[in-house]
Ligand binder design. Sequence first.
Ligand SMILES: Cc1cc2nc3c(=O)[nH]c(=O)nc-3n(C[C@H](O)[C@H](O)[C@H](O)COP(=O)(O)O)c2cc1C
Length: 204
Amino acid sequence: MLPTMKITVVSGSHRESSQSEKVARFCEAELKRQGVESEVLSLGRNPLPLWDEGVWGDDPKWISVWGPISKTLKASDGFVIVSPEWSGMVPAGLKNFLLLCDSTEVGHKPAMLVAVSSGIGGSYPIAELRSSSYKNNRIVYVPDHVIVREAESVLGGDQPASDRDAEIRKRLHYSLSMLIEYSRAFTAVRASGRINLKEFPYGM
Ligand SMILES: Cc1cc2nc3c(=O)[nH]c(=O)nc-3n(C[C@H](O)[C@H](O)[C@H](O)COP(=O)(O)O)c2cc1C
């Protein structure tokens, strides 16, 4: 049991009822089974306004909307970012969320990417998130990612419904166990005293 370790799972679909949230809840339960604290931040039930400059100041709108999320992110040691593939893209709401995240909240913390497709897609959101989305907030995507294809037919109940369902559960179990180890290891990076956000607030 690692009582102080917390991994937050972000469900990036802004549909009210989504496969991404189902996958996120599975990850949350699996993380708890592996002995860490976990919670789901779902963009489905928590649509955020589009980023504006007020977030840099003390705009009451942002204090009430982003304040509680910021607190959760700061208290987290690692993240799972679940993104559906929508028209070959990451949904705009998830990109907006990542734009709102700053380095005091997610910087130098590991994150595992999970893509979700009702068909055989899912690789585009992984490529998109790996090629952008981390530069200024300094979130660190770990090498293993998971693509949940034909999502409606897997991760539904307590027991696997098919061999493919069993395989994806095994993959998530393994990849999340690796994320826990990265989350543990990265606390040393943040405690090193090397992070210099004053001189280097933005990535290149
Ligand atoms: C606007 C929209 C566009 C979509 N485009 C794609 C796509 O390009 N590729 C794909 O594999 N699935 C696509 N899908 C289907 C999703 O994979 C499917 O809805 C899946 O359940 C994941 O999305 P969800 O988390 O919102 O449920 C699309 C769904 C929506 C709502």
